[in-house]
Design a protein around this ligand. Sequence first.
Ligand SMILES: [Fe+2]
Ligand SMILES: [Fe+2]
Length: 120
Amino acid sequence: MLSLHCRLLDGYHDEFDAIVTSFDDASFLDSFLALKKHTQAHFAHEEALMKQYNFQGWHEHYEDHQKILAELSYFYEMAENGRQLFAKNYIKNGIKERFDLHIRNLDSQLALFLNMQGVE
Ligand SMILES: [Fe+2]
Ligand SMILES: [Fe+2]
């Protein structure tokens, strides 16, 4: 995963990577739930920081978080309803690219901003 030179954000992104890499096919729903919970906490923390420091790009960033969370919920529900193939395909082939795009486009700006505020 791309480093943004912000310990806080990089920490979440490394943990995300580790969860995706360690996905257990035998307990796929449990792994997926752990990923959802981690992502909710990760995004909520970024959003709290954006508010705290009055980050101007807050809205655009928040909207992309919402889209990713909706995507995760969509595939999680699919897996819950017995359509695991689609959800497994998303975890294997879609999610990392989606996160990578978010990190490059939006988290990178936030990391620069947070560095200027003295947040590591
Ligand atoms: Fe992030
Ligand atoms: Fe973000």
